[in-house]
Design a protein. Structure first.
Length: 106
């Protein structure tokens, strides 16, 4: 998956290139986007995107966490959503791709 994301960030929309690199490789500390198997913020990032649909508790240490999932992972994502404690200053938002654009859901 990391290689697919790497190719997409380089090639999908070349005019909108997003600078990025792999975690654990120099200069990881200077990359605006890190592709990694771990939740370590080598670049001091305050946001994390979990692109494999699997929640990790380490993500809750970031200011903002994004969990991307496909239809097969929808049930697991709902359990994560229900288990998030909103009383701890956490705001939950859900977006779904509809009619060619992202729509915010309640």
């Amino acid at each position: 998956m990391l290689d697919r994301l790497d190719r997409a960030l380089w090639e999908e929309f070349p005019e909108d290139f997003l600078a990025h690199g792999y975690g654990g490789l120099p200069p990881a500390d200077r990359q605006p986007i890190l592709l990694s198997r771990s939740c370590e913020a080598e670049n001091s990032a305050r946001m994390i995107a979990l692109a494999d649909g699997q929640w990790r508790e380490e993500a809750s240490t970031f200011d903002r966490a994004f969990l991307f999932f496909d239809d097969a992972g929808r049930g697991a994502a709902r359990k994560v959503w229900a288990g998030i404690d909103t009383g701890a200053g956490i705001e939950r938002e859900f977006f779904e791709y509809e009619n060619g654009k992202w729509e915010r859901k309640a």
